[in-house]
Design a protein around this ligand. Structure first.
Ligand code: WTA
Length: 643
């Protein structure tokens, strides 16, 4: 890797500096984060850096400070890098022209849309639901919410009307920003139609702002639905005006992002303003070893936390050029991502192992005529990366000159928690490696005893409070406590298992709860079961994950049907349709096995361990079956296993 220079006072340049920063962050978090925070724009400085008690649980960073994060993303940069591209947008269709918005241009668009939101009745603290494809207007809408102090809740385009309705109801969002549709490779998604299907059960929604992108026919209801472009024109007729950013409290909520847990319903993860700002920027600069002028290409959708924290906030807070891309990696061919890297001279590429595994399977041909020499740093996120994919990424994409950062984190953590720092601290294939400054990791056993020493596996917990920790789950602080702080008192429980090697490097071994990770998307098995159980004729079901070559994990469903199944294929397809309707296409099981009963203990608990083993085709050692009410069911399940 080329020599790097410190462009930010808090940029770590050597392994020794990492050690020093880490020690200081744990020994004296006030001094450490106070220093980092001093490099942002504040309307009022904090009284104290952090107060946190995981037993309450309550965490506050930069108490009583006042600021606006959108101002820190945009206005703060106008005099220095105002003409640098903030967002480069690459459309789905490679023959359509790309768009580039400088910091000045983005700032102007955000100010205009802030007026649009205000003209449509949005006030500080209101929740605004954003359901759009990957177009620059999505970033504009998010930043405008932040500018006026509204709380955005972005919903991924792969979720169904029913899922949207659930989230709208939970967040009580009265305003929706959407588009007429989104392109996704060869397909398009009629976003406004999906919203229309959600609205009959959400009568509290007062306004839907619709951005045109496909310009396909959409229904526009008088008094409720307005066009984005018309609203902008109204603002434009009054001439250009700066929109004064709302002064927010450090702990005011910035956004809600719904994510799956082990219960049947997604939780609304709430992130607050100042801590999230400081941490996403700090981690962006240090994990990716960002150098001014670098083009950062994150392939995640904005509907997930990776899109929020690094495609948008972390990148813009650092003054980076963020490349936003609308399509999918395999359309029109498997060279699409490499084309984009070549065309825009991408320096940092951040993607998911799933994408790499799928692109690997196309061999070298899609890479043949691509110049990837601009790449300096490669990153992965969302799921464990297997050695083969890691090696391929390193050799074929990075040509053995680009460090790979394997970044472990979660929607709840807001930013990257475990990762090497590119070119600074060592990488180890399949290992996320070292905790970031501020993050004190512990491994515990099932009883909650801390496991000391190295070469040990356990449940991953975090003992320190870091700035971008989720502050609550929306409308349900008790759930926040129950999910994250009750399991192991005094610690944040991650839900993941990990191994610490002989040198103290961490390798994530995967979820220990019933959360599936399919193509890097988090899906709760209970959610999928609820959806399957809604299907007519289904008595009950159990869903487990199994290793899948491309997706990482596939979804295997065992379904008890009330009548003998005569046409399994047809019923299976109907069930998949129900799952698509209830959750969205991303939750469709890969395999459905009809069974006469589920393996249960006498207390009625489903023995998922057995179901997992059968799904994995590991039927030689199913363990103790004597606690089952009916051990013979296991033979039926094994015999009927779907290949
Ligand atoms: C998994 C995504 C292994 C993990 C940012 C975690 C990972 C869940 C990695 C969170 C990684 C994320 N290696 N596993 N580098 N990164 N995970 O909330 O199981 O969508 O708990 O956040 O993804 O998924 P989420």
């Amino acid at each position: 890797m080329e020599q790097t220079t410190r462009h930010y006072p808090y940029q770590v340049l050597t392994a020794e500096e990492y050690e020093i920063a880490y020690r200081k962050s744990i020994d004296d978090p006030e001094a450490f984060w106070g220093d980092v925070a001093s490099h942002f724009a504040w309307r009022r400085k904090w009284d104290n850096v952090v107060t946190s008690d995981f037993t309450v649980p309550r965490t506050e960073w930069f108490g009583n400070a006042r600021l606006n994060i959108a101002e820190n993303c945009l206005d703060r940069h106008l005099n220095t890098i105002g003409n640098r591209p903030a967002i480069i947008w690459e459309p789905n269709d490679p023959d359509t022209h790309y768009r580039s918005l400088t910091y000045k241009e983005l700032y102007k668009k955000v100010c205009q849309f802030s007026y649009v939101l205000r003209n449509n009745g949005v006030k500080k603290g209101d929740r605004v639901c954003i359901y759009m494809g990957m177009i620059p207007e999505l970033a504009v809408a998010m930043l405008a919410c932040a500018r006026i102090g509204a709380v955005h809740t972005v919903i991924f385009g792969g979720f169904s009307a029913q899922s949207i309705a659930d989230r709208l109801q939970d967040a009580k969002a009265e305003i929706i920003v959407t588009a007429d549709g989104a392109y996704r490779g060869p397909k398009s998604i009629p976003l406004k139609d999906v919203i229309d299907d959600a609205l009959p059960v959400c009568p509290f929604v007062k306004r839907v702002i619709v951005c045109t992108h496909l310009r396909n026919p959409v229904s526009m209801i008088k008094g409720r639905d307005v066009w984005w472009e018309d609203e902008i024109k109204k603002v434009e007729t009054q001439g250009w005006k700066h929109y004064a950013a709302e002064e927010m409290d450090a702990e005011d909520p910035l956004f809600i992002l719904y994510t799956s847990g082990s219960t049947g319903k997604p939780k609304g993860v709430v992130h607050s303003t100042a801590g999230y700002m400081v941490y996403t920027c700090y981690s962006f600069v240090n994990v990716f070893n960002y150098q001014p002028g670098d083009v950062f290409f994150c392939t995640a959708d904005m509907g997930w936390i990776t899109g929020h924290s690094y495609l948008l906030y972390g990148a813009l807070l650092s003054g980076a050029t963020s490349l936003m891309y609308e399509g999918i990696p395999t359309w029109p061919d498997a060279g699409r991502m490499w084309n984009i890297v070549d065309k825009h001279k991408v320096n940092i590429l951040y993607t998911a192992p799933t994408a790499l595994r799928s692109l690997m399977s196309f061999g070298r041909e899609p890479l043949a005529d691509k110049d990837l020499s601009s790449l300096k740093v490669l990153g992965t996120v969302g799921e464990p990366i297997n050695d083969e994919a890691w090696q391929w990424y390193y050799k074929e994409i990075g040509k053995e000159r680009c460090p790979i950062v394997d970044t472990w984190w979660q929607t709840e953590t807001g930013g990257i928690m475990i990762s090497n720092m590119a070119g600074i601290t060592p990488a180890k294939p399949t290992y996320a490696t070292l905790p970031m400054p501020g993050v004190e990791l512990v491994l515990v056993n099932e009883k909650g005893h801390v496991l000391p020493g190295n070469d040990v596996s356990g449940i991953l917990c975090i003992r320190s409070a870091w700035p971008s920790l989720l502050r609550t789950t929306y409308n349900d602080h008790e759930k926040y406590y129950r999910n994250y702080f009750a399991p192991y008192p005094g610690m944040y429980f991650t839900g993941d298992g990990a191994y610490r090697d002989e040198n103290g490097l961490y390798r994530i071994t995967g979820r220990i709860d019933d959360v599936l990770n399919v193509s890097g998307h988090r899906i709760g098995s209970a959610e999928v079961e609820n959806a399957i159980n809604m299907h007519t004729g289904v008595t009950e079901s159990a869903v487990v994950g199994y290793p899948h070559e491309i997706k990482g994990e596939g979804i295997y469903a065992y379904v008890v049907y009330e009548k003998p199944v005569t046409d399994a294929d047809l019923i299976r397809r109907d069930i998949l349709q129900t799952v698509s309707r209830v959750i969205g296409p991303i939750a469709r099981p890969d395999k459905v096995q009809f069974v006469s009963a589920l393996p249960k203990t006498r207390s009625g608990k489903i023995m998922r361990r057995i179901l997992r083993k059968i799904a994995e085709s590991d039927t030689t050692n199913l363990g103790d079956l004597t606690t089952l009410t009916d051990p013979t069911i296991v033979d039926e399940l094994t015999a009927g296993r779907i290949e």
